[in-house]
Ligand binder design. Structure first.
Ligand code: NAD
Length: 288
């Protein structure tokens, strides 16, 4: 029988751990504090932002939002970022991207406050096999789901469909660090079906509704759907044709209700990690 990998269960389990960590920080008189920065008003980002704020409020993570008009100059924006990077009362910075094209988007956030784990230093850490830095939240959510359901990674052949810098690439390195054999497929990959059919675990992160069919999956494979696409009626879909793939998969995530439910919890976990880094004044991060 196919096991449904339920994001809410995983998030709840992780939240209990995070609440313990919050209690520890409170006992030291520390309240994690996040600066949320948005340039312009993108609808999609607003929904994601609201779910993040809800999670932060639930845990007692303080947050403040700065919103700028699209026309903000590069100089004003860089000055603002510098101030936030230097402010010891801020433990994490969350910057919604993409930024307007006239703004610099390079090393904007110091690595120790980079709670989305996308700064080159943090990406470099996972490339070096270290998971103790700040990590990208969506790949981390996938790792957490796989771990919760005790999916064995060592020696498994994982095919990731999607090679973006925020999902596919960091996820591939995290899986490699856990001993998986990883293949990354993308928009230019030929014979996708043949490649995914070889996989013990298929992880799709493309945003292409219905891309992964039963023909892409071998019997008993684990299927994780990261993709999100919204149709004209506002309904959310994944990349995987769930109703037919469930017949072959041993484990499968639904959309909605899978990876998405874990992502904001993993972001909160990175805020607490950043706060602890600030407390310990990690030498490794100070060197940057
Ligand atoms: P992206 O647009 O940056 O990358 C899409 C990737 O899909 C690219 O690597 C591209 O090569 C690949 N791709 C596109 N069409 C393809 C095809 N026909 N065959 C094979 N590969 C194809 O997107 P992203 O930021 O990496 O996000 C991917 C998806 O994951 C999106 O749907 C996004 O909404 C979703 N997402 C979900 C969460 C979550 O928490 N569940 C978080 C982040 C992103």
């Amino acid at each position: 029988m196919t096991v449904l990998m339920v994001g809410k269960k995983v998030a709840k389990y992780k939240m209990e751990y995070l609440q313990d960590e919050m209690n520890y920080l409170r006992s030291k008189g520390i309240v994690p504090n996040v600066e949320i920065i948005r340039v312009g008003g993108k609808g999609d980002a607003r929904t994601y932002e609201n779910s993040i704020k809800k999670k932060f409020d639930y845990l007692g993570i303080r947050h403040h939002e700065s919103i700028f008009p699209e026309e903000i100059t590069d100089k004003v924006f860089l000055n603002f970022m510098k101030k936030k990077n230097e402010d010891d009362n801020i433990h994490g910075i969350l910057l919604f991207r993409p930024l307007p094209s006239h703004l610099t988007d390079h090393n904007l956030i110091v690595p120790e406050k980079d709670i989305e784990g996308t700064a080159p230093f943090n990406v470099g850490k996972i490339m070096n096999g270290k998971m103790n830095g700040l990590l990208a939240c969506t790949p981390l959510a996938v790792m957490e789901l796989l771990s919760y359901y005790r999916i064995v990674l060592q020696g498994a052949h994982v095919v990731i469909v999607g090679h973006s810098a925020v999902v596919g690439k960091p996820l591939s390195i995290m899986l490699l660090n856990h001993g998986a054999t990883v293949t990354i497929a993308h928009i230019y990959t030929k014979n996708l079906e043949e490649i995914t059919r070889e996989a013990d675990i298929v992880i799709s992160a493309t945003g292409k509704r219905g891309l992964i069919t039963k023909n892409h999956i071998k019997n008993g494979a684990v299927v994780v759907d990261v993709g999100i696409s919204v149709d004209e009626s506002g309904k959310v879909h994944g990349d995987v044709l769930f109703d037919e793939v469930i017949e072959k998969a041993s484990y499968i995530t639904p959309v909605p209700g899978g990876v998405g439910d874990v992502t904001t919890t993993m972001l909160a976990s990175q805020v607490l990690k950043a706060t602890k880094l600030a407390m310990s004044k990690s030498r490794e991060y100070q060197l940057q």
